[in-house]
Design a protein around this ligand. Structure first.
Ligand SMILES: Cc1cc2nc3c(=O)[nH]c(=O)nc-3n(C[C@H](O)[C@H](O)[C@H](O)COP(=O)(O)OP(=O)(O)OC[C@H]3O[C@@H](n4cnc5c(N)ncnc54)[C@H](O)[C@@H]3O)c2cc1C
Ligand code: FES
Length: 496
């Protein structure tokens, strides 16, 4: 078994590191599906565009997804219609349905070999008592003009009680798609990798500083970094909630052709890829579970019981950002910063939402009309819809985590080879990892984003922050934002 995403087991074109200072019309920060799609559309304009990624193009969350391209986003439309009204729910559904067609159009036009294929997507209930919601979802979605129906049977090798199902959805290989899109865009825009943005100053010319001290000044900046690292406007640190999930690529005992996700709050997903099934599930807030090996075991057990596992070929985990009203934030980050755009909060559905965001932001930058501008405007805020959940789930917990109540400390001697933990050392708390050779690696446990205490993730061997989901490798290097700076290293006596 390889401990990497199935999608990342391939070579992709490398782009250079940003060196020196520059000026441009549009600076896109982040080369996932949102950022690269903006870059692709703007490559057709006459603007000078620079796209930078802190790591490699497509190897962030987009390279760790399960890549179902669908407008059936779990059980959403009934609740969206009730809380935000039918018009908003219709607009959301149409935007995502159009995004599926847009991906297909790009794949055909650019001749991209990424195994794009149309497929049916279903959300299934296993228990008879749980069918009301899928049934209502099918009714509401059909009324909104989506290709919805209610099924009582499926081709899954285990019994279901009922399912809401959308026809003509799709699936693909996300890295093959995204790396091809980046190569096409790179004919007209500049792309840089391994260039992390660390600071931003607002202005008519936005100034962005990178970790190697390079500076780019741009008339417009797009924050497509998954979780935005800049939040002096928009209050997104209090409005985005990260959740982590686990995935396996398995050789199943029984073939499954459709795409599925379970209807329960603790979701499990299944989709085919060639002779494999890509399956996912087991959610928790990052940094709140140290035994993440146990999460893989739980996912394995669920799939063993239902589809049978002949072999596990790959395993990986990743996280996405969730919003209280279940709609992404796409557009100017605030009303008084019209030249700083953001695309985030895809609620686990970034293939369609990220594609739609790419087109929407490219249109806004070019001053073109786009009928979805209002629907996804980050400046929307309804205290009724967002207020309660955010205050309880995000801000209060963040304060608690910031005070270090979560996790506690362990005795340094208890940390075995290949393990990590927060310990008391020399009168301070430090985070320590003991490598396979017994060498100790110490870092300060205060997250460089806003100071919450990081905790150990034993499967990925990383330090994860419970507040906004930043992650660092065992040497303290940033793997995932919003933190832009590495954890401070600190020396620990190897003889202990
Ligand atoms: C387990 C799981 C399964 C999923 N399955 C599906 C699915 O089936 N269908 C679906 O539609 N969605 C799915 N999603 C959601 C989807 O994968 C994401 O919403 C989407 O990939 C996010 O894309 P992005 O472009 O916003 O982020 P990313 O792909 O993470 O791109 C952001 C990029 O920004 C870069 N970056 C970050 N900080 C900086 C910085 N300071 N400077 C420079 N660069 C920076 C990163 O290196 C990264 O490459 C799933 C999510 C999870 C967690
Ligand atoms: S991610 Fe915000 S404090 Fe760590």
């Amino acid at each position: 078994m390889k401990k990497i995403p199935l999608w990342l087991d391939m070579e992709t074109s490398a782009f250079p590191k940003l060196e020196g200072d520059d000026e441009c019309d549009v600076l896109i920060i982040g080369g996932g599906i949102a950022g690269v799609t903006v870059g692709y559309f703007l490559s057709q304009s006459h603007k000078k565009v620079i796209l930078v990624d802190g790591a490699r193009i497509g190897r962030g969350v987009t390279g760790h997804t399960t890549a179902k391209i669908t407008s059936l986003h779990h059980l959403l439309y009934r609740d969206l219609s009730e809380k935000l009204g039918e018009d908003t729910a219709r607009s959301y559904g149409r935007a995502n349905q159009e995004a599926i067609d847009l991906i297909e159009e790009i794949v055909r036009k650019e001749n991209i070999d990424c195994h794009f294929a149309r497929n049916r997507m279903s959300v299934y209930a296993e228990a008879e008592g749980d069918t009301d919601h899928p049934r209502e979802e099918a009714e509401v979605a059909a009324k909104l003009g989506l290709p919805a129906s209610y099924l009582e049977q499926s081709e899954l090798p285990f019994g279901i009680a009922g399912a809401v199902s959308f026809d003509h959805q799709a699936q693909f290989h996300p890295l093959k798609y995204l790396s091809a899109l980046a190569e096409i865009a790179a004919r007209s825009i500049e792309i840089f990798e391994n260039s992390r943005a660390v600071a931003l100053d607002e202005g008519d010319l936005v100034r962005v500083e990178f970790e190697n001290d390079s500076v780019v000044r741009a008339k417009a900046v797009v924050l497509a970094t998954h979780y935005p690292f800049y939040d002096k406007k928009g209050g997104l640190f209090a409005r985005l909630i990260p959740d982590r999930d686990y995935a396996l690529a398995i050789k199943p005992e029984t073939r499954v052709d459709g795409m599925y996700i379970s209807s329960a709050a603790a979701t499990y997903s299944i989709r085919p890829y060639q002779d494999l099934l890509v399956v996912g599930g087991v959610t928790h807030r990052p940094g709140t579970v140290s035994d993440t090996e146990g999460c893989y075991r739980k996912l394995e057990e669920y799939m063993h019981e239902r589809v049978g596992i002949a072999e596990i070929r790959y395993r990986w985990s990743t996280q996405d950002n969730f919003t209280a009203d279940r709609m992404p934030y796409i557009g100017p980050i605030s009303q008084d910063t019209p030249n700083i755009y953001v695309a985030t909060g895809f609620n686990g559905w970034g293939m369609s939402n990220g594609t739609m965001a790419g087109k929407l932001i490219a249109d806004l930058v070019e001053g073109k009309e786009n009928s979805y501008e209002k629907t996804f405007d980050p400046s929307r805020f309804s205290l009724r819809v967002e207020g309660g959940r955010l205050l309880s789930h995000s801000w209060e917990t963040a304060k608690e985590f910031a005070s270090g109540k979560f996790g506690g400390t362990v005795d340094l001697k208890e940390i075995r080879e290949g393990e990590g933990g927060v310990v008391e050392y020399g009168g301070d708390k430090i985070s320590v990892y003991r490598d396979e050779n017994g060498k100790l690696h110490g870092v300060k446990p205060q997250c460089t984003h806003m100071g919450c205490i990081v905790s150990w993730n034993n499967a990925e061997k990383s330090w994860d922050c419970p507040c906004h989901g930043s992650r660092f490798d065992y040497t303290g290097k940033v793997i995932q934002g919003p933190a832009a700076k590495n954890l401070e290293r600190t020396k620990v006596d190897d003889s202990l």
